[in-house]
Design a protein around this ligand. Sequence first.
Ligand code: PPS
Length: 292
Amino acid sequence: MDNTDEYLYEFKGYNFEKQIVNIEHLEKMEDFEIKDDDVFIVTYPKSGTIWTQNILSLIYFEGHRNNTENIETMDRAPFLEYNIHNLDYDKMPSPRIFASHLPHYLVPKGLKIKKTKILYIYRNPKDILISYFHFSNWLITLESTDTIENYLEKFIDGKVVGSCWFDHIRGWYEHRHDFNIMFLSYEDMKRDLRSSVLKICSFLEKKLSEKDLDAVLRQATFQNMKCDPRANYNSIIKNEIGERDTGCFLRKGTIGDWKHHLTVKQNERFDMIFKKNMKDFPLKFIWDINDE
Ligand code: PPS
């Protein structure tokens, strides 16, 4: 792919969102200074990034938990590669929380040297596909696609922001020993938010009182985040990025929505490609709310 594409900016084999990426920032990212107590949320797009940003913000910031501060998720846990609000990352108070969709080979070198904790959130790729299809048709900075059939091809070929899902998850998993990383699935969070938040707290070495834990859980539900302007990007998308149509960042928030969208044939095609690419991959995927 060349960089004449209107929506994708390819840098070192990975597709960035062209209209919001800053190329100078990208070129310096490898040397971005990492601190031991930084925390990173790494995801492929549409895997539960904002959910985890919100959870971490609630865990770390008392003013968020008790609602005395009104700071948006984007400013609490900004994207490393897309500094949309031009924050001074060097001056953010510790611990800094960053979100990122970067592949393992493009992250700052310091992440391999420091003790920085990385939380990798993954989601079953059929739900990602459907979520991403709708999101791309909503945002003006992403390429819209008329049908799921056509979007499926783009997604499989990695001709989307974030490139190929298979490469992203495999890359991070295969290089897990280079980092201080924990893998957690969207579906585990969905099925048991309490135990997922406790797992996250244990990884982050953060102890919350029962009252604080309840406050985190209450404010991290789909319904609460959907109505909390700090916890979703609806107004940023509407007022700063631009939308084609009306939409909602927290769209369905379920497991298995793909069943309402993929035809039997499309599903079989996806299964075949999944099998080929994810052979012997040990992480378990949950495709349906009733899966064991
Ligand atoms: S992005 O654009 O990559 O940052 O998107 P990302 O935040 O990774 O993913 C968006 C999807 O996550 C769902 N979401 C949630 N699901 C359940 N509970 C909560 N609290 C929650 N918060 C966000 C969101 O609805 C998107 O999924 P879909 O399937 O489109 O609804």
